[in-house]
Design a protein around this ligand. Structure first.
Ligand code: EPU
Length: 337
């Protein structure tokens, strides 16, 4: 186990904001984590993080920040010859897993290429992009209770996966460490081209029938063209979720904004928050040291030296203007700590 007191979290969050934790602990396996919970932690607050690519430190963290060092990938027996079952450690880098799977001919994760973060956090956040969500591939999640140290395994279909949501963000919040995730992948490649921008990108390149590697490459290119690299400009990907509004509200808004983009989903119409933010005049703007990215209005960035509070202040100003203009409340996707 790696343990250090009074730890600077600057390099543990992709926004690149400074915050201090009383202690930082990285466990190498389940036994170390159980031992820590049962003997050393003594009821102090615990915060489990992954790569810090979807959180914002608004102040210092009292207690211990935990990080997984479980980085193995095992292939499990599978009764279906068409499928592959993988049990993946929570500390595996997500995109390294996607790359490994594509190389081995195990399919289903290509559209989720280049999403920053680790496997444990991916299962908490239900990461999604280009029409795919990881929750659809999760068969089981291995957990350790952070109060008792007990181990348990829960089926994926009890995790309440929904758009950028799981039970780990709701009633189970803060209760468990995700130690392992069992994924069910396919040996047959069937590209998911349901997302318009992805299908368009393939068409522009004259690729009718992509290989998994080509699809992965195009997803990577699309992401790189819109999302800033955190090493260059601190950010946490989409800062807000795309709101779903009722059909009545949508129809009423559409009379005022006939060009408002929208996507029909169960329960109403999903409106790109990026469009709302851009219309509100925030794209490319800066407040203190935080800004709205000029190529994708859904991304807030650290323009250098921003504090967590600067970024919160900017997000509140953006939300207030969107609310005033459209009557729509946009909610952060990023977790405020
Ligand atoms: N748009 C604007 N202005 C902008 C950018 C986009 O008006 O500055 C409008 C355009 O109409 C565009 C639409 O928004 O067609 C959708 O844009 P895009 O395809 O870039 O997707 P998004 O809704 O902005 C979502 C996810 C991303 C994911 C992409 C692709 C959320 C909150 N975000 O973004 O996820 O990569 O779709 O699937 O659902 C993340 O969660 O961190 C993330 C990057």
């Amino acid at each position: 186990m790696f343990s250090i007191y009074h730890y600077n979290l600057l390099h543990r969050n992709t926004f690149g904001v400074e915050a201090w934790a009383d202690r930082f602990v990285e466990y190498a396996n389940e036994e170390e984590l159980v031992m820590f919970v049962k003997t050393e932690c003594k009821g102090q607050p615990l915060l489990h993080i992954g790569c810090g690519s979807n959180l914002l430190f608004c102040s210092d963290v009292s207690g211990t920040v935990l990080h997984s060092g479980i980085r193995d990938i095992e292939q499990l027996p599978c009764d279906d010859a068409e499928m592959v079952r993988l049990r993946v450690g929570g500390g595996v880098i997500w995109d390294e897993l996607v790359s490994f799977c594509v190389k081995n001919g195990w399919y289903g994760l290509e559209n989720l290429s280049l999403i920053p973060g680790e496997v444990g956090a991916a299962a908490v956040q239900n990461i999604g992009a280009y029409g795919s969500e990881v929750g659809d591939r999760i068969e089981q999640v291995g957990l350790i209770n952070l109060q008792s140290g007990d181990s348990l395994t829960v089926p994926g279909d009890t995790c309440q996966y929904a758009y950028r949501y799981s039970r780990f963000k709701g009633e189970w919040r803060g209760q468990y460490a995700v130690t392992r995730v069992t994924l069910r992948l396919s040996r047959t490649f069937e590209p998911d081209l349901s997302y318009g921008a992805l299908a368009d990108a393939l068409q522009q390149r004259g690729i009718g029938n992509p290989t998994a590697q080509q699809l992965r490459q195009i997803v990577i290119e699309l992401r790189q063209s819109k999302l800033p690299a955190p090493e260059v400009l601190g950010n946490a990907g989409s800062f807000f979720m795309n709101p779903v509004i009722s059909r009545e509200t949508f129809e009423e808004l559409q009379t005022r904004y006939p060009r408002m983009p929208h996507f029909s989903v169960p329960g109403g119409e999903k409106i790109p928050a990026a469009w709302l933010i851009e219309q509100a005049g925030w794209k490319g703007r800066t407040l203190k040291n935080a800004g709205v990215y000029d190529k994708q209005a859904l991304v807030l960035v650290n323009r250098g030296g921003a504090t967590g509070k600067d970024i919160v202040e900017l997000s509140e100003a953006v939300r207030a203007d969107v609310k005033r203009l459209f009557g729509i409340q946009i909610e952060p996707e990023v977790n405020f700590i």
